[in-house]
Design a protein around this ligand. Sequence first.
Ligand SMILES: [Zn+2]
Ligand SMILES: [Zn+2]
Length: 346
Amino acid sequence: MRAVVLRGKGDVVLTDVPTPSAGPGQIVLRVAANTVCGTDVRLVRGEKDAREGVVLGHEASGWVHEIGEGVTGFEVGDLVAVLPTISCGSCYFCQRDLEHHCETAHLFGYVDDGGLAEYQLIPAEAVARGNLIKAPSDVDPAHLALAEPVACVLNGVREYGVELGDTVVILGAGPIGLLHLKLALLRGAKNVIVTNRGAERREVALRMGATHAVDPTTEDLGALVRSLTEGRGADVAVVTIGVPELFDEASKLVRTGGRVSAFAGFPKGGTAVIDPNDIHYGQLTVTGGSNCRRSDYAEAVSLLASGAIDGSEFVTHRFPLEQALDAIDLTADRGGIKVAVTPDGA
Ligand SMILES: [Zn+2]
Ligand SMILES: [Zn+2]
């Protein structure tokens, strides 16, 4: 079969690999869609490592194609989304509902072969752990593939919380920033202010329901936030771009008792400055969020399947598998919002 393989650091090719077949406890999916993520770009650029020889892709959906001996609960043709993190279920973190921080976790698209291929093998431990979440057959598989980023954002939102009537500032209008926007609106935020340098993404944010879209290079974000909150500051500020200075800025935008989320990944060794009195007197809450639990993932599938999150607002481009490398290039160039690779590009 055809697959996108990481041959070595930063060396990614579309090539032929053996087609998997399902052994005991395993399932083979016919991949329906795999959306491309910034992490795939970093793998292609050699900025991040994964197992040599691994098939890339960690945002996948597929149809059950072959069911191994002993597997119950699935039928050939079922549409499923693939939770990328395979956790052990028994370590300290798994026992405390923090399976996304499992000590021995391994991921599709990094260690286990991912969804940028015609078929994907789901190992027995992943089948048994519930990594395949079924979806109604009429859901667009490219939208279903978004379950991973949606779930990661859900994990972040749970940490910082959005209450009815809140004023939320989201720094950055990439796919992740736009998902924070969507979830803030679903949770009943009154004002959602999205910042972005590029005008195009600001337009997208407004179309998706942002009450304000701000160009941080020309507009006074702090003044806008104060004017909307009787001078108090926002309830929440979320940093979705990995620029440490934005964290400093976010912590100044929130009210007494407000919340700040360092949701983006930041460059190694980056530092942010925070006045401890903002935490003491200001009762500032600082949260983050990386990866997601199965419960986040299942919730993401249901939000996408119901249309509460409209995948068509996010998936702006589709490429056939033969053009998967172009799909990664387009993501690197920030073209569109999310780029999906589907078997035939449809
Ligand atoms: Zn991703
Ligand atoms: Zn574990």
